[in-house]
Design a protein around this ligand. Structure first.
Ligand SMILES: [Fe+2]
Length: 167
């Protein structure tokens, strides 16, 4: 059985992952307003990925005999100055989520909770990928303005979220 502290912290992570989905949908809406259709697809896929993350925490808590609790959050930011700001903001958000995962990992290690450590390892790798992905697009957005942005928008429109098979 997980400690009450760990259950609370894992539940809090469901909230952060769901908030990430809300934030990325908010960014998709901003991109839609700017007629950046490829970016809309990209952010919608990212939001799906975040919901998948949230459900992994939901299922893990339940599998471990803990009580899942859903809690709310404030509204995500909806207005941005530029596409660069959108990606700077989201990269900072992903860095914050990485810190949250490390925080959970620190507690699990402190409590020698090996099942949770094993579960969280996937998220440590996942966050490295997320930061790489966001900073990659940020670099591209900064590099290509005007006509180049049109090509980037086209390239990003091919993104599809397929839930990974986890052993
Ligand atoms: Fe996530």
């Amino acid at each position: 059985m997980l400690s009450p502290r760990l259950i609370d912290e894992l539940n809090l992570q469901i909230k952060y992952e769901m908030f990430s989905a809300q934030l990325y949908l908010s960014m998709a809406a901003w991109c839609a307003d700017q007629q950046l259709d490829g970016f809309v697809i990209w952010f919608k896929a990212q939001a799906e990925e975040e919901k998948f993350h949230a459900m992994r925490f939901f299922e893990f808590i339940d599998d471990m005999g803990g009580r899942v609790k859903m809690t709310g959050f404030e509204d995500p930011q909806g207005d941005f100055e530029s596409l660069t700001e959108v990606f700077e903001y989201s990269l900072e958000h992903e860095k914050f989520v990485s810190k949250r995962i490390y925080h959970l990992m620190n507690i699990a290690q402190e409590e020698k909770e090996h099942a949770t450590i094993s579960f969280l390892n996937w998220f440590v790798d996942e966050q490295r990928e997320e930061e790489k992905s966001f900073s990659g697009v940020l670099q591209q957005v900064k590099r290509f303005g005007g006509e180049g942005l049109y090509h980037l928008d086209k390239e990003l429109s091919t993104r599809v979220f397929t839930p990974p098979v986890i052993a």
